[in-house]
Design a protein. Structure first.
Lengths: 274, 167, 784
C-alpha cells in the first residue's frame, strides 16, 4: 500500500488512472469505513493539492475546494445564504472532526444522514468532478444516486463545489436527534428563502435522513411561494411530502419522522425568516 | 517524512495504515492519548495539530508529515501542571482518568477557539463572536465523552480556565 | 459477588436491641473514626488539624498523574518481543464450526500465530460468579475448546502478529464456515419457558399473604407493565490485557475490578496455582460491573503460552460489545393496591429477564420492592428465560437500576389516583422495620432526605393534579422518586499496615480503584484509624500479591477495606504493645487497652500516657512495624440488621411539544448512605450514577437483532450515552448520619445514584405532558 500526496491536480488525477486508489482529504471516514475489510488499495491524499483548500468568491458565485474543512466554512465570511451550511458545519461530529473533515468528503460518503447535503441542496450547489480527461459539473442532487452511492466514475475525484450567487436570501438548518450532540439525525431540514416584506418570494426546502438521499420538496416550495411566513404551516399537504420515505429504526418510528419533518420545516422557515 | 510531537521530531512509519494515535502509542510509547472507541466518537484521543484539535484515532499518521503535534504529555511545564490540568485535579474533573487527557486537550483548544471568536451550534448568532456561557463550554466539549459521570467537575474546571463565565 | 447466602431465619426486631448495641464495644470501636455515637464513649484525643481525615474533601491522590496522561492502563505495558492480538468473532448465534481456513492469515506479514479450537491448549471451564466463592468469570462457557458456537460474537480465532495493524489485517483473511443450529434469540420465545430464578444464594420469590386477592379487593389499585432493554457499561477504556509467561509466573496487566478473584479464576482455567498468577491493575479506566473475567483474558494468556511471546490484547470497541457482557433486558409488572389513605395493602413486583445457560446471573430487579415500603401482602418474583446470547452480567446497581424505575413510576401513578402528594404517599408507607425480614434498620433517615430534597428543589406538593406548565413550545414538569441500594460487605477483605521510622504508614490491600477514589478514601480511613497524618499515609492497591481478595462491586469495597483496617489495627496494637519498654507506664497493658492517635500509642484509660510511634518503631529489629489481618465476620448485614441506603431524587423536565425532544435541566438528589468519607469524591460518585441513569432513561439500549442474535449497535456512534450538553448541573446532598453497624460508618455510594432518576424523569415527563412512559429508553416518538 502506497501513500500518495500530490501537490497539483494533474498529478492527482493521473494517479487515479492507476487503480485502485482511495481518495482522502480529512480522512476522518477512512478507518470507520474499513469495517472488517482488509486494506487493498493505495491512498491518494488531496490535502496538499494546490488550490483545493479554501473558499473563493467569484463574480457569479463561490468555489469551495474539495479539501476545505467544516471549520474553514464556519470561519469564512459568507453571506446569510450560507447560514444553513454553517449551522450544519457545527453539527458534523465534534469540533475535532470539523477541524479535519471536509465538505466534499461528507458528500462523497453519500450517507443518507450526511449533514452537509440539505444545506447545499438549498444552495443548488454543483459538484465539479475531475479526471485525467477533464472536468465536468453535476448538480448535487444528480451526484448523489443512492445510499452510499454517487455518480463518481472510475478515475474521477471531486475537485470542489460551485455555488451560484442567488438573489440575497437567508437560510436555516435544524436537526433532530436522540441526544444533544454527536447524533446521527432522526431527521434534518435546511431552508433557504428570500422575503418580499412578510411574503415568501422564493423558497427552497431540503430534507435529510428521511429518504435514501436528501431531497428537495419542490411541490411544497411551490405551495409556499407567495405565502405569508406565519401561514406556511397551514399550507402543508400530504402530497408535498411524497418524495420522503421515512423508515422505522431504533431511534424513532416512521410516522413520528413524518410528523417531525413538518415541525422541523416550520421551525426552519421561522428561523430563516427572523 | 517526519512529524514533530511535543517539539521532538520523529520519523513517520513506513506502514501508511497506521493511525496517528497508534503511531504515538505503539511505536513511540506515548500513551497519554487514549484509545476509547477508535472511531471518532469519544474524543479520548484528542491532540492538537498546529494548535487545532483533531482526533488522532481518525488521522493517518502519514497525513501529518511536517506538522507539529501537541499531546497531553506536552502541555505541563516539567513538574508544574498546565493550569487546566491543575483545575481538573482541584475540581474533581475526573474519576477513572481515561477520558481525562482528551478532555484537557479539548479544553485547551476550546479556549483559543473562543478567543478567536469561532461560533458553535449553541451560539445565538453564527456570524458574531460567541458570548461565554456554560452551555457554550458544554457544546464545545461534547465531543469528549465521559462515562464515570465527572461532567460537572469537568465543566467547572474548563469554565474556570476560560474565565469570564456567566452562570 | 462471592457466594454469600444470607441467613434466611429472619427475626422480628426487639425494640431494645438497638439501644443495647449502641452502647456496646462494637460501636465504641467506631468512635475512633469520630462518629457521634462512639465518640461520646471514648476518651481518645480528638482528631484535629493534620489528623482530621474523614469527611475532609481531600483531592484525589491519583489526580495529577491522570491529568498528566501518566497513569498507566492495562494496554500500556510493553515487553521485548511482545506481539499483538486480534480476534475473529462468530457470525451465527448457535451451531458448529465446520471449517476454518487460516492458511492465508498464517502466511500474512508479521503473523506469529493463529489459534483456533483446533490448536488451543486444553483449558478448564472458567468459574462464573456464584459457582464458587472466587468465581469471577462472566460465564462457564468453554474458551475455544471445541467447534461449538453459543452466541453471535463468540471468538473463533485469535491472531498474533508483530503489530496491531498486521494482526487486524490477518484476522480479516480467516474464513469460517458454520453449520447453524436452531437458536433462541427472541425474548418472547425464551419467556415462554422462563422459570422462577435464583440469585446470590436464594430463590427470587417472596410471598407474604395473598397479594393478588388483596389487589383485587383494594380500594384503589393500579397494574402496570414495563420494558427495559439491555445496557452496556461502555467504560471509556476498552477491555485490554498485557500478558507474559515468565519464570513460571503468568504475569497479567489487567483492568480488573477484583485482581485477586480474577487471578484465581484464571489460574484455575490453566490448572496452575493462584500463586503462579501475578495480576495487577493499578489504573482501571472505568468498571461499573463489567471489568471482570471475559474470554479475552484467557485467549491472550493461552495464545501467549502457545507462541511463547508476550501478548497485548486490546479489544476493539466492537469487540467489547461482542464478548463482554451487559445488563439483561427485563419485562416487569408492578401492581399496587392501597386503601384510600394510601397505605399499601398489596405490592406485586414480578417479571421476566434473560440469562444464558452457562451463568447464574439473574437481574434482581425486585430488591428495592423487598425493602423500601411496608405492604400487607407482597408477591415478588423474577423468572429468567434462557437465550443464545452473550452472557449478561452485573452493571451499576444490578436490579435496582431498572427495578426502582418501575416501582417508583407505579407509586407516582398511585399517588395521582389517590390525590396524595407523591412524597406523602411514600412517607405513609415508610417501614419501621425491614418489611420482609423484620430486622431493625441500622440507620434510616429517608424521610429527612425527602424533606431536604423537597426544600432544596422547591418541590410543589400536589394532590392528583399535574403541576406542569408551558413555556412556548416547551412543556415543563417536575417529578420525584426514591433511590435504593443495599449495604453489603463481602468476606475476604484484608489489609497490611506497616509503620515506618518517619512517622508514616504504608497501607497495602488488593483493592481496585476504577476511579472511585479508593486510594484517597483508604488513606483517610487509615489516617483516622492510626492517628497518622493523611499525607504520611501511602496506599498500594490493585495487585493480587497484596493482602486480601477484595472486589470493587456492590458498593461494598470501602466497607470491606474499613473492616480490614480495623482488624489490622488491632493486630498492630499488639505488635506495638510488645515493643513498649519496661520503663514506660504503658508497659504490660494489653492491646485492648491501647489506642493510637496523633502519632502516638496511648492508654485508653489514661490518654495522657503516650509513646510516640516513631520511638516504638525505632525499637523494632527491622525498623518497621507491620500487621496484617482479615476483616471481621460480615454478620452485620447477613444476620443482624437491615442495612440499606436510600435517597430522594427530584427532576425538572422540559418536553418539546412539537418534536418530543426531552431535556433535563435540573436534578436534586439527597442520599441517606451513612457517613460520607470525602464530600468531593462522594459528590462525583453520586453524580456519576445519576448521569448513567439519565442515559438509561433517555437514550441507552443495546439493539439486539432477534433474527440472528447479533447486537446491532456495537459502537459509540450508535449506542448513545449522555454528552456534556445533555448533563445539567446536579445538586447532591446527604444526611451524613453514620451507620453504627458499618465499619467506617459509611454504607457505600457507588451505585445508588443509578436508581431513582429514571422514575423521577418519567414522573416529571408525565407532569409536563400527561403522558406516561413505561418503556426505556423514553424516545422522542413516545411522547408525540
Amino acid at each position: 500500500m502506497t501513500y500518495h500526496r500530490p501537490t497539483c491536480l494533474d498529478d492527482a488525477v493521473a494517479l487515479l488512472q492507476c487503480a485502485p486508489v482511495e481518495v482522502i482529504a480529512g480522512g476522518t471516514d477512512w478507518y470507520p469505513a474499513r469495517g472488517d475489510r482488509p486494506v487493498t488499495s493505495d491512498i491518494l491524499d488531496i490535502t496538499r493539492v494546490d488550490g483545493l483548500r479554501g473558499i473563493r468568491a467569484a463574480p457569479d458565485g463561490w468555489w469551495i475546494g474539495a479539501a476545505t474543512t467544516w471549520t474553514d466554512i464556519l470561519r469564512a465570511p459568507l453571506p446569510p445564504d450560507f447560514d444553513a451550511l454553517k449551522a450544519a458545519a457545527c453539527e458534523v461530529g465534534s469540533i475535532q472532526i470539523q477541524n479535519a473533515g471536509t465538505v466534499a468528503g461528507n458528500l462523497c460518503n453519500a450517507s443518507p444522514a450526511a449533514d452537509g447535503v440539505p444545506p447545499l441542496l438549498v444552495l443548488e450547489a454543483e459538484v465539479e468532478l475531475a479526471s485525467a480527461t477533464g472536468q465536468r459539473r453535476l448538480p448535487l442532487a444528480a451526484f448523489l444516486t443512492g445510499v452510499r452511492q454517487t455518480a463518481l466514475q472510475p478515475g474521477e475525484m471531486m475537485a470542489g463545489l460551485w455555488i451560484r450567487k442567488p438573489a440575497p436570501g437567508r437560510a436555516a438548518f435544524v436537526k433532530l436527534g436522540a441526544r444533544r450532540y454527536l447524533v446521527i439525525s432522526i431527521a434534518m431540514v435546511a431552508v433557504w428563502l428570500r422575503l418580499d416584506g412578510s411574503l415568501i418570494a422564493e423558497i427552497r426546502i431540503a430534507v435529510g435522513a428521511c429518504s435514501p438521499t436528501s431531497v428537495r420538496l419542490t411541490a411544497l416550495e411551490a405551495a409556499l411561494t407567495g405565502c405569508r411566513v406565519a401561514d406556511c404551516a397551514t399550507r402543508f399537504h400530504a402530497d408535498h411530502f411524497v418524495p420522503l420515505a421515512p423508515i422505522t429504526d431504533m431511534r424513532a418510528d416512521a410516522p413520528y419522522r413524518a410528523d417531525a419533518v413538518q415541525a422541523l420545516i416550520a421551525r426552519a422557515i421561522t428561523e430563516a425568516a427572523l | 517524512m517526519t512529524i514533530e510531537i511535543n517539539n521532538q521530531p520523529y520519523d513517520l512509519p513506513d506502514d501508511a495504515r497506521i493511525s496517528l494515535l497508534d503511531f504515538m502509542r505503539e511505536r513511540l510509547e506515548l500513551f497519554g492519548s487514549k484509545k476509547g472507541c477508535n472511531q471518532g466518537a469519544c474524543g479520548a484521543c484528542t491532540v492538537l495539530v498546529d494548535g487545532e484539535r483533531i482526533l488522532s484515532c481518525l488521522a493517518l499518521a502519514a497525513q501529518y508529515d511536517g506538522r507539529s503535534v501537541t499531546t497531553i504529555e506536552g502541555v505541563a511545564n516539567g513538574d508544574e501542571l498546565h493550569p487546566l490540568q491543575a483545575l481538573f485535579v482541584e475540581n474533581e474533573g475526573m474519576q477513572c482518568g481515561y477520558c481525562t487527557p482528551g478532555q484537557i486537550m479539548s479544553g485547551i483548544a476550546l479556549k483559543s477557539e473562543l478567543e478567536r471568536g469561532a461560533p458553535s451550534n449553541v451560539s445565538a448568532d453564527l456570524t458574531v463572536a460567541p458570548r461565554m456561557s456554560r452551555d457554550e463550554i458544554k457544546e464545545r466539549l461534547s465531543g469528549n465523552l465521559c462515562r464515570c459521570g465527572a461532567h460537572n467537575g469537568i465543566i467547572d474546571a474548563v469554565a474556570a480556565y476560560v474565565g469570564g463565565e456567566e452562570q | 459477588m462471592t457466594n454469600i447466602k444470607p441467613n434466611s431465619s429472619s427475626h422480628k426486631s426487639d425494640p431494645n436491641r438497638r439501644q443495647v448495641l449502641a452502647g456496646s464495644a462494637a460501636v465504641a470501636a467506631i468512635g475512633a473514626f469520630g462518629l457521634p455515637v462512639g465518640a461520646q464513649t471514648t476518651a481518645a484525643p480528638a482528631a484535629s488539624g493534620a489528623f482530621a481525615s474523614l469527611g475532609v474533601p481531600h483531592i484525589r491522590r491519583d489526580g495529577a498523574e491522570k491529568a498528566r496522561g501518566g497513569a498507566k492502563f492495562a494496554a500500556e505495558y510493553s515487553y521485548p518481543g511482545m506481539v499483538y492480538g486480534a480476534l475473529v468473532y462468530s457470525t451465527i448465534a448457535r451451531g458448529t464450526i465446520t471449517s476454518l481456513e487460516t492458511a492465508e492469515a498464517e502466511a500474512a506479514p508479521g503473523v506469529v500465530l493463529v489459534m483456533t479450537h483446533e490448536n488451543a491448549p486444553r483449558l478448564e471451564r472458567p468459574e462464573p460468579f456464584y459457582s464458587s466463592p472466587t468465581g469471577m468469570a462472566g460465564s462457564s462457557t468453554p474458551v475455544m475448546q471445541d467447534a461449538e458456537v453459543l452466541w453471535n460474537g463468540q471468538p473463533v480465532a485469535v491472531v498474533l502478529a508483530s503489530t496491531q495493524e498486521e494482526a487486524d489485517h490477518a484476522a480479516t483473511l480467516i474464513n469460517v464456515a458454520y453449520e447453524e443450529a436452531e437458536a433462541v434469540t427472541s425474548f418472547d420465545v425464551a419467556a415462554e419457558s422462563a422459570q422462577t430464578s435464583f440469585y446470590a444464594g436464594r430463590d427470587l420469590l417472596i410471598e407474604e399473604g395473598d397479594a393478588e386477592t388483596a389487589l383485587a379487593d383494594a380500594e384503589v389499585s393500579i397494574d402496570l407493565s414495563f420494558n427495559t432493554p439491555a445496557h452496556n457499561h461502555n467504560q471509556i477504556e476498552p477491555h485490554a490485557v498485557t500478558v507474559l509467561w515468565q519464570d513460571g509466573i503468568l504475569r497479567m496487566h489487567d483492568c480488573s475490578q477484583g485482581v485477586d478473584l480474577s487471578a484465581i479464576t484464571i489460574a484455575k482455567v490453566f490448572g496452575i496455582s493462584p500463586a503462579e498468577v501475578h495480576l495487577s491493575a493499578e489504573y482501571v479506566g472505568g468498571g461499573f460491573g463489567g471489568k471482570t473475567v471475559w474470554q479475552y483474558h484467557i485467549l491472550a494468556a493461552a495464545a501467549s503460552q502457545l507462541a511463547d511471546r508476550p501478548v497485548r490484547m486490546s479489544l476493539t470497541r466492537e469487540g467489547v460489545f461482542r464478548i463482554c457482557g451487559a445488563r439483561a433486558p427485563t419485562r416487569q409488572r408492578v401492581a399496587l393496591g392501597s386503601d384510600r389513605e394510601g397505605r399499601l395493602t398489596s405490592l406485586i413486583h414480578t417479571g421476566t429477564t434473560m440469562k444464558i445457560e452457562n451463568n447464574s446471573m439473574t437481574e434482581p430487579f425486585f430488591e428495592q420492592s423487598e425493602h423500601m415500603y411496608r405492604a400487607d401482602n407482597m408477591h415478588l418474583e423474577i423468572r429468567a428465560g434462557t437465550m443464545d446470547m452473550l452472557a449478561n452480567t452485573f452493571m451499576r446497581a444490578p436490579g435496582a437500576a431498572t427495578g426502582t424505575f418501575t416501582l417508583e413510576v407505579a407509586l407516582d401513578e398511585l399517588a395521582e389516583r389517590l390525590a396524595i402528594d407523591p412524597i406523602e404517599l411514600r412517607v405513609r408507607n415508610e417501614p419501621e422495620v425491614n418489611p420482609t425480614t423484620g430486622r431493625a434498620h441500622s440507620q434510616r433517615a429517608l424521610v429527612d432526605a425527602y424533606r431536604e430534597g423537597a426544600r432544596r428543589f422547591g418541590w410543589i406538593p400536589r394532590s392528583g393534579q399535574r403541576q406542569g406548565y408551558r413555556e412556548g413550545e416547551w412543556q415543563v414538569g417536575t417529578g420525584m422518586a426514591a433511590a435504593y441500594y443495599p449495604y453489603k460487605r463481602f468476606p475476604g477483605g484484608a489489609a497490611r499496615i506497616t509503620l515506618n521510622g518517619e512517622g508514616g504508614a504504608l497501607i497495602e490491600t488488593a483493592a481496585a480503584d476504577m476511579g472511585m477514589g479508593t486510594t484517597t478514601a483508604t488513606a483517610a480511613v487509615a489516617s483516622e484509624r492510626l492517628g497518622i497524618p493523611y499525607d504520611a499515609i501511602e496506599v498500594r492497591h490493585g495487585d493480587n500479591t497484596l493482602p486480601g481478595a477484595l472486589i470493587a462491586a456492590a458498593s461494598q469495597q470501602t466497607a470491606a477495606i474499613g473492616a480490614s483496617l480495623t482488624a489490622a489495627h488491632e493486630v498492630l496494637l499488639a505488635e506495638l504493645a510488645s515493643l513498649v519498654p519496661a520503663t514506660s507506664p504503658l508497659h504490660g497493658l494489653p492491646a485492648a487497652e491501647l489506642g493510637t492517635a496523633e502519632g502516638a500509642l496511648y492508654s485508653l484509660a489514661d490518654p495522657q500516657q503516650q509513646i510516640p510511634l516513631v520511638d516504638l518503631v525505632a525499637l523494632s529489629e527491622s525498623g518497621t512495624v507491620s500487621a496484617e489481618a482479615q476483616g471481621g465476620p460480615i454478620s452485620e448485614w447477613t444476620q443482624d440488621w437491615s442495612m440499606h441506603s436510600t435517597g430522594a431524587v427530584f427532576t425538572e423536565v422540559r418536553v418539546n411539544s412539537v418534536t418530543g425532544e426531552i431535556r433535563v435541566p435540573r436534578i436534586t438528589a439527597i442520599y441517606d448512605c451513612g457517613k460520607i468519607l470525602n464530600s468531593k469524591l462522594a459528590e462525583s460518585q453520586f453524580r456519576g450514577g445519576i448521569i448513567m441513569a439519565l442515559g438509561m432513561t433517555l437514550m441507552e439500549g443495546a439493539s439486539f437483532d432477534e433474527r440472528n442474535g447479533r447486537v446491532m449497535n456495537p459502537s459509540f456512534g450508535s449506542y448513545y450515552m449522555p454528552t456534556h450538553l445533555d448533563v445539567p448541573h446536579i445538586d447532591v446532598g446527604w444526611t451524613d448520619i453514620p451507620d453504627p453497624q458499618a465499619p467506617t460508618g459509611a454504607r457505600g455510594i457507588g451505585e445508588i445514584g443509578m436508581s431513582g432518576p429514571a422514575a423521577a424523569i418519567a414522573n416529571a415527563i408525565y407532569d409536563a405532558t400527561g403522558k406516561r412512559a413505561r418503556d426505556l429508553p423514553i424516545r422522542l416518538d413516545a411522547l408525540m
